[in-house]
Design a binder for this molecule. Structure first.
Ligand SMILES: [Fe+2]
Length: 187
């Protein structure tokens, strides 16, 4: 399974801290054991990257897949972090990759499939994917800033409480989400 996960998320191979990489892979393995989706579904449109857009376009899904979204956020976060580091931000590249890669891992636990449609399940409605992902990550040996980013990248955490890493992933995430949402909701 490890090689499949690395195949879906190629930037993971650039994590230099091997124990951090192992922990990231363990989180994916944990979640893939619990989710209704198979690993083969990961790179397909079976898993929407957001149900908010799905609702907007009347249960058709956005063309961007879950894996594409995660990888796009990782690219944007790396660019933003590099720029900030030129200004002495001190962001650790390994942490940027790990946090971007795992920020939406909880979505695999937030979704269920009913009548061939992906819907938000009770865990998703009551806890949402940021908490679900952070809860799994907390059981593994990940830096607290990475776990905070999973928990706080969306609306669960006020901006002033976010670490710089968490802000970077929040901005990278919404850099894509808002324009795609607006595009699809007006088309
Ligand atoms: Fe996201």
């Amino acid at each position: 399974m490890r090689e499949r996960i690395l195949g879906f998320f190629p930037r993971l191979k650039e994590i230099e801290d091997t124990s951090l990489l192992d922990s990231v892979i363990e989180v994916w393995e944990d979640v893939l054991e619990m989710t209704v989706f198979a690993i083969d579904d990961l790179g397909t449109r079976k898993i929407p990257f957001t149900l908010l857009i799905t609702e907007l376009v009347k249960n058709d899904v956005a063309n961007t897949t879950f894996v594409e979204h995660v990888n796009e956020v990782t690219e944007a976060a790396l660019l933003l972090a590099a720029s900030l580091n030129r200004n002495d931000a001190g962001l650790e590249r390994d942490h940027v990759i790990a946090a971007a890669n795992l920020h939406d891992v909880g979505k695999l636990l937030e979704y269920s499939v009913v009548d061939d449609k992906v819907v938000q399940n009770e865990s998703g409605r009551k806890l949402r994917h940021p908490f679900l992902g952070a809860a799994i990550a907390f059981r593994r040996d990940l830096p607290l800033d990475v776990i905070q980013t999973i928990f706080g990248h969306s609306k669960e955490l006020a901006d002033e409480k976010r670490s710089l890493l968490c802000k970077v992933i929040n901005r990278a995430d919404f850099f894509f989400f808002h324009p795609i949402r607006d595009l699809l909701s007006t088309s």
